[in-house]
Design a protein. Sequence first.
Lengths: 319, 345
Amino acid sequence: MGRFVVRRLAGMVLVLFAVSVLVFAIFNLIPNSDPAQRLAGKNATPTLVKSIEEDWGFDESLPVQYFDTMKKIFTGELISYGDELNVDERIAEGIPTSFSLCIGAAVIWLFFGVLFGYLSATRAGGWLDRALTVGSVGGISIPVFLIATLFLYFLTYKIELFPASGYVPLLEDPIQWAYHLILPWFTLAILNIGFYSRVLRSNMLDVMREDYVRTARAKGLDEKRVMIRHVLRNSLIPIVTLFGLDFGATLFGGAIITEVIFSLGGVGQYAAEAITNLDLPPLMAITIFGAFFVVLFNALTDVVYAYLDPRIRLGTSAQ
Amino acid sequence: MSPAPLLSAQGLRVGFTTEGGLLQAVDGVSFDLAAGEVLAIVGESGSGKSVTAQTIVGLTRSPNARIEGSVRLGDTELLDASETELRKVRGERIAMVFQDPMTSFNPVYRLGAQIVEAIRAHRDGVSKSEGRARAVELLDSVGIPDAERRVDDYPHEFSGGMRQRAMIAMALALEPEVLIADEPTTALDVTIQAQVLRLLESLNRERGVATILITHDLGVVAEVADRVLVMYAGRVVEEGTLDEIFYDPQHPYTWGLLGSLTRLDRPRPKRLRQISGAPPSLLSLPEGCSFRPRCPHEFAKCMEMPGLEARLADAPSHCDRCWLDPERKREKREVGGQIGLEAPA
């Protein structure tokens, strides 16, 4: 277990380093991305640009600038080029919102994905399976921005059932918190509900053909127990892998569109702002932050995996 | 012959609708299994022996299965039984052991827990700890060393032979009247095969468990069976006691099976004997006798399907499906001093 943790941590550092170098390089390769020019404004004199370059350290070599930026991310001194505010503080402000959005959406997509997948697989070929298949494929195919727009049009504009935007902190008012998040949650979850139910359905249909399922029936277990304890339980193992990847990726990537459309003001929306303004510091910080969670959830997935499948035991060989 | 058999199949037919048409996997199989008896069903892959076994406890039921005939356990007709009624029979009165012990246990649960699950499926009152104690006892009785500790192992921590023993232990958990062993030794090493067979034999002798042993290995049959059913392409082609089948086989297919056994007490053959050709597709069976295309003794009458009948005056229970005259069979099956289908080319 100890070796596993060390190996994972080393891998994590490596991934974060590679990702940050990549973002930094891409930013510097984008035409018209010179931050001094942008900070100085449209009709800036060369002297002004020059002095900004010196003030912000843009005259240094790129590797020096890179390490300087990285150091500031971790010491909390990084300042945005756009609004000239502290980047880490703005990310910290957005975290509760982004976590509320993503965790809520994840709970919803897991619940409905597993429910629909289970119903589909146990009634394969029946009308419910067909209906769920059509629904799932629809859910996978409709882009997030369209779902969000449809929700907004029908559920906030046509019938004023839900608020169109805004975020209420959980600790301030839990009911308003959930009320404001219901539409964003479902917007974010629908794609994965469809996807997970399809994957689970096909996993379960595969597992149903396994010898141990026949053994379970031959023991005289009732069909429900066979399906839940033997078929579903074993079919969930690949779902965990998917979830580990998807949750990390959603947290600081997949949620951007949803956050923007519902003006939630989380980390995703901050990322969208930074991208449109070609604002490097927040981009670097958010990327590292996002990559950190992706890698973290991958490692957690491996731990859960070992729990779910005793054949994979970390650090301890069988016997 | 006891008056009322424990388990009786009459005219059992199992077909599956496939894209290529109706696949008649089992076509009119009948047998009686008396208490304490070991009945072997022998045949190649695809002869319908496993489908027969699984149909007895309703494991082949599906929307595209056509099941006809009758399977009676005591007074109960199993083919008409509801799922709930069948569920009570499975594990409790008829238990099964499957071919591949590597895949027949669920890999994510401890072995003991899987045995306890089998017990508690039929005995509501049994607590988990009582079940566990019983599982230890069972594992011990099938010769798992240190059962008290091994009961909490996962299937992958057991060797193949141990898993098959554990499988048998699980099958015995509720002291069933009938044990169906579907190729129980096929996936095992030869030395382990002998151990598992000895275990099955001792269970039959000591506990009187009536056993249906499904196998393609006549060597296995010779060791434990009382009576033998030889199946080919979904039909029984010969049926008799162990001695009748081994010493006076009537069907050329049985000759072929016996001839393909390699015997240590005979000079080593240049080539291992085989039955040439392959079993027919169940979707397009040949006209007449299904074994005709592979049979070197085919003659005009074989275009007509022979019935399963007793053809020997002195052996009323020895039946076969072959038109050849029994006297002529005696000459034809002699190949190089032993029983065989034909001299190797």
